[in-house]
Design a protein around this ligand. Structure first.
Ligand code: SAM
Length: 223
C-alpha cells in the first residue's frame, strides 16, 4: 500500500478541488461512485436512523441517507476538510434540510464520538486516503451501535492477476498527480473488521475494471 498523504497535504488538496469535486469524481469513476453510494444507503438506512457519514466530503451520500431516514432521522457529516464541508453545507441548505444535519470537522482515525452512538455509519471513498485505514475502519465500527450497520465503499485491487498488475500501473500513474488520485489508493479493511466481530451482510465489487471499488455492509452483533 502506498504511503498516504499527510493531513495538511490532504486538507490543501481538497481545498483546491472542493468546488469541482462532484463532477470530477463522477467522471473519473464513470459514475460507479454514485452506484456505490446508492447501494449502501439502500442496504443500511431506515426511517428515523441516526446516521454518521464519515469522510462525507461534499455530502452526496449523507443527502441520500437523509432522504431515506426522513424528518425523524439525523445525519452527521464529518470530514477533515472544511472546504468540502462548506460545499456540503450549501447543498444541504439548497435542499432546505438544515434541521436534519450536523457538521463536524476532524480526523476519522480518532473520532470524537461515543462508542455505539450511531445506528448507521457510512464511509464512501473516504477510507482510501487515510494514513491508517485499519484504525479508521475500527473507529467507524466502534461508533456503530450494537445491532447497527456499517457501510463502506473503497478502492480495491482487481482479483484477476493481469488486471491487478495493470490497475497497479494506473494507480502508480495517478499517484504522481494528487488532483487525479485525490490521495486515494487501494486498501483492504474487511479482514480487520471481521476479526473485530463484524458480520458481513453484503459485499460486491463494482466500477471500471482498472479502478474497482469494494462495496460492503457489516453488522455489529447486538450485545
Ligand atoms: C474521495 S473523497 C470522498 C468524499 C465523499 N464521501 C464521497 O462519497 O464523495 C475523500 C474524503 O475523505 C476526507 N478525508 C481524508 N482523510 C480524512 C481523515 N483523516 N479524516 C476525515 N476525513 C478525511 C477528504 O477530506 C475527502 O472529503
Amino acid at each position: 500500500m502506498r504511503e498516504a498523504l499527510n493531513l495538511d497535504q490532504l486538507r490543501s488538496l481538497y481545498a483546491g478541488i472542493a468546488k469541482r469535486y462532484d463532477l470530477r469524481h463522477t467522471l473519473l469513476t464513470a459514475r460507479a461512485d454514485q452506484r456505490g453510494r446508492k447501494l449502501l444507503v439502500e442496504k443500511t438506512v431506515r426511517e428515523g436512523d441516526r446516521v454518521l457519514d464519515c469522510g462525507a466530503g461534499t455530502g452526496t451520500t449523507g443527502l441520500l441517507a437523509a432522504a431515506k431516514a426522513g424528518p425523524k432521522g439525523r445525519v452527521t457529516l464529518f470530514d477533515l476538510s472544511d472546504a468540502m464541508l462548506a460545499v456540503a453545507r450549501q447543498k444541504v441548505t439548497q435542499a432546505g434540510l438544515q434541521d436534519w444535519f450536523e457538521f463536524q470537522s476532524g480526523d476519522m482515525v480518532q473520532l470524537p464520538f461515543n462508542s455505539g452512538e450511531f445506528d448507521v455509519v457510512l464511509s464512501t471513498y473516504s477510507i482510501c486516503p487515510l494514513y491508517n485505514p485499519e484504525k479508521g475502519a475500527l473507529e467507524l465500527y466502534r461508533v456503530t451501535r450494537p445491532g447497527g450497520t456499517l457501510g463502506v465503499a473503497h478502492s480495491t485491487n482487481p482479483e484477476n492477476p493481469v488486471a491487478r498488475w495493470l490497475a497497479d500501473r494506473v494507480e502508480d500513474f495517478a499517484w504522481h498527480f494528487p488532483g487525479l488520485s485525490m490521495g486515494c489508493r487501494s486498501v483492504d479493511i474487511l479482514p480487520v473488521l471481521s476479526r473485530a466481530g463484524a458480520e458481513v451482510l453484503f459485499a460486491r465489487q463494482i466500477g471500471i475494471p482498472l479502478w474497482p471499488f469494494l462495496v460492503f455492509v457489516v453488522q455489529k452483533p447486538a450485545s
